[in-house]
Design a protein around this ligand. Sequence first.
Ligand code: DX5
Ligand code: ZN
Length: 220
Amino acid sequence: KQAPVIAPSILSADFARLGEDTARALAAGGDWVHFDVMDNHYVPNLTMGPMVLKALRDYGISAPIDVHLMVKPVDRIVPDFAKAGASLISFHPEASEHVDRTIGLIKDAGCRAGLVFNPATPLNWLDHVLDKLDLVLIMSVNPGFGGQKFIPEALEKLRRVRRLIDDSGRSIRLEVDGGVSADNIADIAAAGADTFVAGSAIFGAPDYPTVIGKMRAAIG
Ligand code: DX5
Ligand code: ZN
């Protein structure tokens, strides 16, 4: 298991001051920027595209940017996010016509690749591609909105993916997204996650360093 990463989800940041608020979350101890892309088609909400990511890079955000694509189709937007400055690009297998091809496109564009599992998406999507992935993302809410409640069934799924990753012998990150807070993060880490997305728990808190500090203390 790798060193824990905390990835503030800027879906819950102040969009009118996005650069400043993102920088504050990183200065407060965030490791990566989690960047949620929603298209009002694959999920029922509409957020931000490559131009916004590029604007964050131009503003001076240099931390890894972890792009979570909730869009359909996937392939044609991948190069745009890579050019804009994405570090990792993750997508949902149901949203891609050819999962293996999409992974290849992400890597050819110079980014690390992740596959995302909704609460009801079976893990057998990993069967033939795990070795090509840099990250597996387990959703602990249904995608589309911040501030939802953690779905506890995600813990068993995390344990199963942890075993698959350990058996693979590769350094694949296991990320969790949805309803993560300082109160439940210890249990989530115990289930095997090493990369923790948190939106409302961080940006909804009065003091970012305090909440990120609590999270880090809880996961050791
Ligand atoms: C939901 C997004 C999440 C969201 C998490 O579809 O993928 O990244 O920002 O928000 P919280 O941490 O508030 O559940
Ligand atoms: Zn996300």
